[in-house]
Ligand binder design. Structure first.
Ligand code: HEC
Ligand code: HEC
Ligand code: HEC
Ligand code: HEC
Ligand code: HEC
Length: 665
């Protein structure tokens, strides 16, 4: 099974790299509104813009057109039926030929490899604006043209638009406006771009959590400890070390002494196996790892130097407690699991000899305000720093300076030259994009920021977790081998890919699930679990729906049709039906032969899945997941073996099954 997956990914990437040497994934989209234009790259040819909203944060709401350009990388030469669902006026052009898409679709000849595509959509005259481009062929039923087959070639204008976006995100996440304020340009907290104005961690009770000498090192140079931290290095002069020590003394002062009750390090092997099995290893380097990491994961080698062990256990159980916007997700760990993990992390991290500088807590208290710490950490208004208007005129100085001389007394964010250019490109705009946002872009930003692909494959790219499989196996193999018991979770069962989730899942279910608020686990056979990202869940779910051209809410359906319900019940079963229940449980009724391939309980599926996806999946599961064990029941024309119901028409039969499942209370 693994081999097949690799082959599929390999074949995809080869076909892309051979036929499109200069192309990158996604389609270029240009939005035009009045005399303003903006560009970005979208994964799919689809769009959803609710009435009264703007298609991108860089344009005002109002009439617009969207123009796509790029290539469809067809795996074969052949005839495909293209169709579009849209509320506006949609025009498509393939290899220079205009394609008139009627409601039934249009047969189009595609070459093997790149086919040049352009398309244009004008905003709907009233209501929401949307489009979704589909295709089908003699080999497969109707589906969205997949993101793995869409590519574009960049232009300087597009590169500049992407750079502006990168700068906008840096400006918001690094909290520039916390120190450089301007009430007319920056929206009030809670409005506009969601990443703007998020507080850094609450600096409370640090003495019971961290060791003072380490804290001083962190304040002195946070990037040396965590390369991608959002916290800048504040002090640079010859007294920088002393100031850091003063602050550390202040922040840990008065803490009740922690009983140095050592952790039971015998639990470390269990903790190591959890580190592998829960996917920590997709985001973090092992605590005993040294040197640069090929996957750019977050180092943990300093944990023994930093943490009081009881506090580490508490942190693992609720990482957002003092920091709602944290990127570290919530795993709902049992106390036992958190203790095992902490033992592993402490037992395997290093001890560094530190020269502790005596700090003065009173001086530290003054610095906490004057150095701007509390602007980020407590949302305290800026007082002494230059205003935003000054910053906009300053050029390569202060925080944007590339060396100590040009930075002078300003914080050091350790920018790469590309990040500095991105910030400058953004600061050259009128900053009005901070006052609004677009869900589809929010979702794309947060999938990167929160590193969802640490665990999930997406658009044909494997997850980090799957790439470090041999490392994970070593951690598991430390534990004595156990006989596999039927029904127990297994380590190598696949995590569902992110690729189609925007089309697959209902908005309410998806946002609750990402937030960690669904109290069951759909795939009981997985050893891993989806951790919660409560702070970002609603925006992620909505943005993913919009990326697939779908509204937040599906049209409500009438009560299930009684006649179909009866037929559906029969079709689901063993007697004259497809016998779906060999693998799928239905509510409290267990699957009859779960060893075939474990599947999701149908009662949960009805709660989770959008209507269109249910049909698309059952018609052709391997078009969505090439390695799935779910059987295929319909031929490419949509006909099944059960010719005595609905003349063998799969679409109607599966609809009846869905009606039956909807009727179950
Ligand atoms: C903790 C507060 C703080 C934050 C956050 C901050 N700055 Fe600064 N910034 C300063 C200080 C202090 C100076 C130096 C003022 C001086 O030299 O007297 C400065 C100077 C600057 C200057 C030069 C201004 C001039 O007139 O010389 C620019 C440009 C600048 N910052 C941009 C940024 C950007 C962009 C961000 C976000 C990535 C940012 N700053 C975040 C505190 C901050
Ligand atoms: C999706 C990525 C992701 C996953 C998965 C993840 N973490 Fe984290 N973790 C982070 C990030 C990012 C931080 C840094 C804190 C922040 O940004 O708020 C962090 C911070 C931490 C810290 C604190 C580090 C320090 O310097 O004090 C520990 C400990 C930790 N994670 C352990 C774990 C364990 C154990 C697991 C598995 C149960 C895990 N993490 C899974 C992203 C992740
Ligand atoms: C530009 C905003 C910003 C400024 C200014 C800033 N910090 Fe931070 N700080 C952060 C963020 C964000 C984090 C969370 C860590 C991460 O993102 O990697 C953090 C983390 C910390 C932590 C670790 C807290 C924990 O429990 O995990 C301490 C301690 C800290 N900062 C102290 C300070 C002190 C002291 C100053 C002033 C000298 C300061 N910070 C200035 C943004 C800032
Ligand atoms: C530590 C690994 C890990 C990370 C990081 C992670 N996921 Fe997951 N995710 C999982 C696992 C495991 C499942 C399957 C859970 C199950 O079915 O029981 C899952 C399932 C899901 C599902 C449900 C899919 C379905 O078909 O049932 C969604 C939606 C989802 N993840 C979204 C996200 C998003 C968005 C992010 C980033 C913010 C993310 N995940 C990050 C491990 C992870
Ligand atoms: C041989 C076992 C097997 C049989 C028989 C089977 N399925 Fe499945 N089914 C699966 C597997 C495996 C999955 C994918 C689970 C996952 O996403 O990890 C699945 C997924 C599904 C899903 C998506 C569920 C969700 O919530 O994401 C639906 C809907 C579905 N099957 C319907 C059917 C129907 C209808 C039948 C009978 C016509 C059927 N299945 C027969 C194994 C089976």
């Amino acid at each position: 099974m693994l081999l097949r997956r690799f082959f599929f990914l390999f074949a995809l990437s080869v076909s892309l790299s051979l036929s499109a040497q200069t192309s990158t994934a996604g389609l270029a989209v240009t939005f035009v509104a009045g005399d303003q234009t903006d560009q970005r790259v979208d994964r799919l040819l689809s769009l959803y813009v609710p009435a009264g909203q703007s298609p991108t944060p860089f344009l005002q709401a109002g009439p617009f057109t969207a123009q796509w350009s790029g290539e469809i990388q067809s795996p074969i030469r052949g005839t495909f039926l293209l169709s579009a669902e849209t509320s506006g006026n949609f025009k498509l052009n393939i290899n220079g030929q205009p394609i008139l898409l009627g409601t039934a679709g249009k047969a189009v000849q595609l070459n093997k490899g790149a086919n040049v595509l352009t398309a244009e959509l004008t905003r709907a005259t009233s209501g929401d604006t949307f489009v979704r481009l589909h295709w089908s062929s003699k080999d497969f039923p109707k589906e969205p043209v997949p993101p793995t087959l869409l590519t574009h070639t960049s232009t300087p204008k597009l590169a500049n638009a992407l750079q502006r976006r990168e700068g906008r995100l840096l400006f918001a996440q690094l909290n520039c406006a916390a120190c450089h304020s301007d009430a007319s340009l920056i929206p009030i907290k809670g409005q506009g771009m969601p990443e703007l104005g998020q507080n850094a961690p609450l600096l409370a009770e640090l003495g019971t959590k961290y060791k003072t000498a380490f804290l001083a090192d962190w304040i002195f140079d946070p990037h040396a400890i965590r390369p991608h931290t959002l916290m800048p290095k504040i002090f640079s002069g010859t007294d920088a070390n002393q100031k850091a020590a003063d602050l550390a003394a202040m922040l840990t002062q008065g803490a009740a002494p922690v009983a140095e009750k050592p952790l039971d390090l015998k639990l470390a092997p269990q903790g190591g196996a959890l580190f592998a099995n829960l996917g920590c290893i997709g985001c973090h380097q092992r605590p005993d790892a040294t040197g640069a990491d090929a996957h750019d994961r977050i180092p943990l080698g300093h944990l023994r130097d930093k943490w009081q062990p009881p506090a580490l256990i508490e942190f693992l159980k609720d990482p957002a407690k003092n920091y709602p916007a944290t990127r570290m997700p919530h795993f709902r760990l049992e106390n036992e699991e958190a203790t095992q993990l902490a033992s592993y992390l402490i037992a395997n991290s290093r001890v560094t000899k530190r020269e502790a500088i005596a700090g003065d807590a009173a001086r530290g208290a003054a610095l906490l305000v004057s150095a701007g710490c509390l602007n980020c950490h407590a949302g305290m208004p800026a007082t002494t720093q230059p205003t935003l208007a000054t910053v906009l005129k300053a050029g390569d100085k202060g925080c944007l300076g590339s060396d100590i001389a040009s930075r002078a007394a300003a914080p050091d964010f350790a920018f790469s030259p590309g990040q500095r250019d991105a910030l400058k490109a953004f600061l050259a705009t009128d900053l009005s994009s901070l006052k609004q946002d677009t869900p589809a872009e929010f979702a794309e930003r947060q999938i990167k920021n929160l590193n969802c692909t640490a665990c999930h494959a997406r658009d044909g790219q494997g997850s980090t977790w799957s790439k470090v499989d041999s490392e994970a196996k070593k951690l598991r193999d430390v534990l004595p081998a156990k006989e596999h018991v039927e029904g127990e979770a297994v380590p190598d069962a696949p995590v569902p890919p992110l690729t189609w989730l925007g089309e697959k899942l209902r908005n309410e279910w998806m946002s609750s699930f990402i937030a960690g608020k669904i109290d069951y686990k759909p795939r009981t056979w997985l050893i891993g679990r989806m951790p919660g990202f409560a702070h970002h869940a609603d925006g992620l779910a909505l943005g993913l729906n919009h990326q697939h051209g779908l509204p937040q809410k599906e049209a409500s359906e009438p009560e299930p049709n009684a006649e179909k319900v009866a037929i559906g019940e029969k079709l689901l079963g063993a007697d004259g039906g497809f016998n779906c229940i060999t693998c799928h449980a239905v509510g409290d009724t267990a699957a009859t032969a779960v060893f075939e391939a474990p599947a999701i309980n149908f009662v949960q599926s009805i709660e989770r899945l959008r209507k269109g996806y249910f049909q698309r999946w059952v018609m052709a599961p391997i078009r969505i997941e090439p390695e799935t064990k779910m059987p295929k029941y319909a031929d490419p024309e949509g006909m099944t073996q059960l010719t005595d119901t609905f003349d063998g028409k799969g679409a109607e039969q599966f609809d009846a099954i869905r009606e039956y499942l909807r009727s179950i209370k």
